[in-house]
Design a protein around this ligand. Structure first.
Ligand code: NAD
Length: 489
């Protein structure tokens, strides 16, 4: 046992920890030093089938509870998380390598998501509307979907769990979560807290394992009514294809190549602060990371100088005072270094960083130096491909129109930010930038539990997670027509 992490992380089915039916485990390594953290159940189709049976058996009685009852249970889970906040944050820190303060912030956001969704128990509003026929009352009511597959990425593990688990449960579904193989422990502790809070067996289940072995059978199962997926575009496209064959509902929350624009009237100190945080915090492993920084010609040199020297001064983990820690695994790190090498070979200049950190304090860990590239064409591979690491590119533009053109030159459309004092410019940008979220004078990241979050273009399929909009993912609207005086219509 390493702190609160048990040696083995099993599946969680029917409120019971169970190993994979095959008896196989795989090893999860700590990104901070490459040392083993725990063994994880290596599940397959048989385990998925067991979880589906459990969810299907539990779902009708769960859906029959009132919204107030389901909200009360979700509040109890959020309170259970609050009680064990330090333990959860320690797990997040161990399995991702991020600092404890960052892990605590993420854990608090996940708890707040619980409280936000719990409050819906006392609202759960539908609509009433009019009709042409007299004596007819028409109203809408949210209905559960049935069985929901919740497949998530590793970057902010407990937030990723909460963003899907709470609204799915609240809407009355039986849920089966497939956490990332890189962050299995947060889903396990969340399931245990659910049980301790009194969630009935089978309402929330966890299948651990690799995407191709444990995720695929879940997506392919005809009993799964919804696939809610957060991850990369490549995986998302293949899941959409399989689920589309049987016309299942699919919610995709995918990648980003988000632009932060620095205008010539920007507060450069503020822009620098937010560019650093958006590009490099969480080691750049945010769908909303600022991986492109677009700077007006008039302030390019002064902004570049500030950003490069601030980047050089960043403390890179391990340690709780670090600004950023390692990336999640060796494979991702190798892909980042290779992408930077290819960009440099194609003519990009590396202003800072560009390599794996190998000093004694980083030995064994997966540390990518925070990297800034210049002289990159907006169409270049590195300007278009999401790297999901602490790598950003500086682009120099003549004016506002060119800034918008470069910002929109992406297959992604998740978030964007502009730094300016000019209100008209800010509003023009908000209107013209092709993203689901826009920020003025802040970072490209920073959504909150009550704010709908999601993207346009290849960043998603039109749904929003968090906010009340999340409930639309996990429920269907039913129109109910009451003709209360049929003899007189
Ligand atoms: P990934 O696509 O490799 O994996 C995501 C999840 O899918 C994992 O649990 C994985 O095991 C599973 N999976 C893989 N293959 C599967 C298959 N064939 N069938 C079913 N499941 C399968 O993504 P990742 O590298 O873990 O995460 C990074 C990506 O997630 C980035 O693109 C990032 O932008 C995106 N992301 C998006 C949001 C958002 O809200 N839009 C939030 C966080 C991360």
């Amino acid at each position: 046992m390493t702190g609160p992490v048990p040696r083995e992380i099993p599946n969680w089915i029917n409120n019971t920890p169970v190993p994979a039916e095959s008896g196989e485990w795989f090893e999860k390594l700590r990104p901070a030093d490459g040392q083993p953290l725990c063994q994880v159940a290596r599940s397959g189709a048989a385990d998925v089938a067991g979880a589906i049976v459990a969810a299907a058996a539990a779902q009708p009685a769960w859906a029959a509870k009132t919204a107030v009852e389901r909200g009360d249970l979700i509040r109890a889970i959020a309170l259970g998380m609050l009680e064990r906040k330090e333990e959860i944050a320690e797990i997040v820190a161990q399995e991702t390598g991020k600092s404890r303060s960052e892990a605590r912030g993420e854990t608090q956001a996940a708890i707040e998501m619980g409280f936000f969704v719990a409050g819906e128990g006392r609202r759960n509003y539908g609509k009433t509307t009019t009709a042409t026929m007299p004596h007819r009352t028409v109203m809408t009511q949210r209905m559960p979907l049935g069985i929901a597959a919740l497949i998530i990425a590793s970057n902010t593990p407990i937030a990723n769990v909460a963003w899907k688990a709470f609204p799915s449960m609240f809407c009355g579904n039986g849920s089966i979560m497939k956490p990332s193989e890189d962050t299995p422990v947060t889903a396990w502790i969340f399931a245990e807290i659910c049980q301790q809070a009194g969630l009935p067996a089978g309402v929330f289940n966890v299948i651990q394992g690799l995407g191709s072995e444990a995720g695929s059978p879940l997506v392919a199962s005809p009993q799964v009514d919804l696939v809610s997926f957060t991850g990369s575009c490549g995986t998302g496209a293949s899941i959409q294809k399989v689920a589309g064959e049987r016309l299942a509902k699919v919610c995709m929350e995918l990648g980003g190549k988000n632009a932060l624009v620095v205008c010539d009237d920007a507060d450069l100190a503020n822009a620098e602060r937010w560019a650093l945080a958006s590009a490099f915090s969480n080691a750049g492993q945010r769908c909303a990371a600022a991986s492109r920084v677009i700077v007006f010609d008039g302030v390019y040199e002064s902004f570049r100088e500030r950003l490069v020297s601030a980047t050089r001064a960043l403390k890179i983990g391990p340690g709780d005072d670090a600004f950023l820690g390692p990336v999640i695994n060796e494979r991702q790190l190798a892909a980042m270094v290779a992408a930077v090498d290819r960009a440099a070979a194609a003519g990009a200049t590396i202003a800072v960083g560009g390599e794996r950190l190998r000093g004694p304090e980083h030995a064994g860990g997966y540390y990518m130096a925070p990297t800034i590239l210049e002289n990159v064409h907006p169409d270049a591979e590195i300007a278009q491909q999401e790297l999901f690491g602490p790598i950003t590119i500086l682009f120099r533009v003549r004016d506002f129109d060119e800034a918008v053109t470069v910002a929109n030159n992406s297959s992604y459309g998740l978030t964007a930010s502009i730094h300016t004092h000019n209100l008209h410019r800010a509003m023009e940008f908000a209107n013209r930038v092709e993203t689901g979220v826009v920020v003025v004078n802040g970072g490209t990241h920073g959504s909150e539990p009550h704010m709908g979050f999601g993207g346009v273009k290849n960043s998603g399929t039109g749904w929003r997670e968090a906010g009340l909009e999340a409930l639309d993912v996990y429920s269907d609207w039913k129109y109910i027509n009451l003709i209360h005086n049929p003899m007189n219509t």
